[in-house]
Design a protein around this ligand. Sequence first.
Ligand code: SAM
Length: 243
Amino acid sequence: MESKLLYTDYSLVVTEDGSHSIRFSAVDEGYHSMHGAVKEAIHVYLQPNFVLQAEHNDELYVLEMGFGTGLNALLTYMYAQVMGCKVHYTTIEAYPVPSDVYTQLNYAASCVNEMKMLFSSVDFHNIDLVFQQLHTSPWGCETIISDHFVLLKHHSTLQAASLPADTYNVVYYDAFAPQFQPELWTAEVFERIYNAMSSNAILTTYCCKGDVKRALKAAGFAIEKLPGPKGKREMLRAVPHKD
Ligand SMILES: C[S@@+](CC[C@H](N)C(=O)[O-])C[C@H]1O[C@@H](n2cnc3c(N)ncnc32)[C@H](O)[C@@H]1O
């Protein structure tokens, strides 16, 4: 099936919380919610997933489907600093955002502003440099970004990526919507993710469609609906039934 998304057709937009995002001009789809890219990422991936796990673990193995703009990775770097845990961050990206696009994104300033509102006592240094490093670090090998953040980026489709078994305790499932990429929301794909997750792991996603819930259940997950970020009634948290 031919993709409805043209990975050259990027346009930079400002979302409601002042942070940037990228949209595809030809179709109504983008990398984040127009109601606020940074606020959405915190609401869907950090608060109901990473934060819960960081409260009980000094070391976390995070898997992200879709590195994209690097926003989730940057926020995770900052939360790891705040929460004092070490993160091994693996992310899979088939169509990297070109440098003339990612260098225009205002995520260093937007994330520092948002994080200062949440954690007024924490000082964040060199976040613009960290954001650049997340993008420029090589594909296919580990890069030590700091003593609390090790990055491994795979330049691959999720379907072709080889994932270690029973490893990840945090999964950010951030694929484009099922109407654009139905092949990424199937029980077969979720089974591969399930096998890569540890028994106490959490997966979160912004998508709460019926077909997605059924595919997750068929793959062995227990699912829970949570209130969605601004502009979305619901989102999903899923935990693998293991043991
Ligand atoms: C909704 S965006 C992710 C946004 C990203 N997490 C961020 O913070 O900017 C979906 C991402 O998945 C990538 N993608 C699309 N198809 C893919 C595939 N089959 N395997 C891996 N990545 C894919 C896209 O290039 C895009 O970067």
